[in-house]
Design a binder for this molecule. Structure first.
Ligand SMILES: Cc1cc2nc3c(=O)[nH]c(=O)nc-3n(C[C@H](O)[C@H](O)[C@H](O)COP(=O)(O)OP(=O)(O)OC[C@H]3O[C@@H](n4cnc5c(N)ncnc54)[C@H](O)[C@@H]3O)c2cc1C
Length: 406
């Protein structure tokens, strides 16, 4: 019996495992000949892109509901090492070290927040990189009204004015006001760059500025954080900001275990894969999602996003079976790029193209964002095998629906 092992059950890994099961079913290969196993840290598919939201109640889909009906095995544990020469993954399951052999591997362990050694950040800072981190922040926020009335009790400082930081700050604007219950509150979004949201391009930046202004979020561009403590933050300029809530949104880097794969790597630590999602220099390893960099249309490299992790996972899952069985693999081909950025109670901004042309703003764009966050990126929860397998067909999903502003 041959074994396909998928590392990670995030946006890339889950759909890769489903894609492999779908292709095996299509080729009528019984699972007694080829098994598919997913190894993930916990029993959930985490909707990581929603970690900035106030309501975290529907952010985790039980993996058993998706993998069980299609006969994919789940091993819950930590991947701690990878030996491509021995074709073996090292894991710990319940504290017990185990080696898991593979015939074909899909590496989809994603990415991690970049955590610089700023004094006090690890101890006093919050982040929204994982569900656990978002839940910790949420519990802290909910406890603020019961805390002593210090200067920064209802002040949140979001450090990092990229997409995640802007979504966090705009969401916090309404939440902090509500927590403060009439007392003064502040939400500040700070960045080293000269403009908040600058990686979205000038036109979207103007929209972001408008939303921040309307929501009363203060922008603090061009700063550098020197240290964090229980009272707040000290900037490199010496200025101090009293803030009981400091949220670090400083960018993502590929999972550290990517280093066990032969390079080359890009500036985000992602391993290069070819258009079939195979890792250069290996015969049996595929990679998808934030851990991998693929050219999507022959020109543009994939972006660390669920927008690209899901199609990369689909193609990797399809091709890993093709590779094992001698069937013809499919190249990845995505002919569009969009960005839909949540701007809290103000709405959202929906951009099209690699140059991020603003297409829709405000409530109309928010409608698209809601559909993305609550429908488009979820696996089926019906436990219906045919429906689950169909979601992983190796076809490019159409861009998210656009709505006209009223
Ligand atoms: C707050 C936030 C907002 C975002 N907003 C957007 C957005 O609007 N649009 C967009 O396209 N993208 C967004 N992203 C980025 C998006 O979440 C990632 O690009 C996407 O999750 C990548 O998918 P992935 O499968 O590669 O990794 P992940 O989804 O992170 O999945 C990795 C999986 O591997 C598991 N894992 C990791 N390490 C181990 C280990 N050692 N052992 C076992 N299991 C392990 C994890 O538990 C997880 O299940 C956002 C990210 C964040 C944090």
């Amino acid at each position: 019996m041959k074994q396909i092992v998928v590392l990670g059950a995030g946006f890339a890994g889950l759909i890769a495992a489903v894609g492999a099961a779908r292709k095996l079913a299509e080729l009528k290969i019984p699972r007694s000949d080829v098994g598919v196993t997913v190894i993930n840290r916990d029993r959930f598919h985490s909707i990581r892109v929603r970690n900035y939201e106030t309501d975290l109640s529907d952010l985790r889909v039980p993996l058993d509901d998706v993998l069980g009906p299609i006969g994919v095995d789940l091993m819950v544990g930590d991947v701690v090492g990878l030996d491509t020469a021995r074709h073996e993954v090292s894991c710990t399951f319940g504290g017990r070290a185990t080696a898991v052999p593979y015939d074909r591997l899909v590496f989809a362990l994603g990415s991690e927040l970049v955590r610089p050694p700023v004094p006090g950040l690890a101890e006093y800072g919050f982040d929204i990189d994982t569900y656990a981190a978002a839940a910790r922040l949420s519990a802290h926020l909910d406890a603020l009204p019961g805390r002593p009335a210090t200067a920064g009790r209802f002040t949140a400082l979001v450090i990092g004015g990229g997409l995640t930081g802007v979504e966090m700050a705009t969401e916090l604007a309404t939440r902090m006001r509500s927590l403060a219950g009439g007392a003064p509150s502040r939400v500040i979004v700070a960045d080293r760059a000269p403009r908040i949201g600058s990686n979205m391009g000038e036109a979207a930046c103007d929209v972001i500025d408008e939303a921040l202004h309307a929501l009363g979020v203060e922008s603090l561009p061009g700063i550098s954080v020197a240290s964090v403590d229980a009272e707040g933050v000290r900037l490199a300029s010496g200025e101090e900001i009293a803030a009981a809530t400091v949220v670090w949104c400083g960018g993502m880097r590929a999972h550290p275990l990517v280093a066990a794969l032969p390079g080359p790597y890009d500036r985000f630590g992602r391993v290069s894969v070819d258009r079939f999602l195979k890792v250069a220099g290996t015969d049996d390893v595929f990679a998808a999602g934030d851990a991998a960099a693929a050219l999507l249309d022959g020109v543009h490299p994939s972006v660390m996003s669920c927008q690209h992790a899901r199609p990369m996972g689909r193609i990797a899952g399809h091709n890993v079976v093709c590779d094992l069985t001698g069937a013809a693999p499919m190249p990845i081909e995505i002919g569009y790029y969009v960005t839909c950025l949540d701007l809290g109670a103000w709405g959202a901004v929906y951009c099209q193209g690699w140059d991020r042309q603003v297409a829709v703003t405000g409530e109309a764009a928010k409608k698209t964002k809601r559909i993305i966050n609550t429908e488009r990126i979820y696996p089926p929860r019906s436990r219906d095998a045919a429906e689950i397998l169909a979601t992983a067909a190796p076809v490019t999903q159409a861009p998210p629906q656009q709505f006209a502003a009223r």
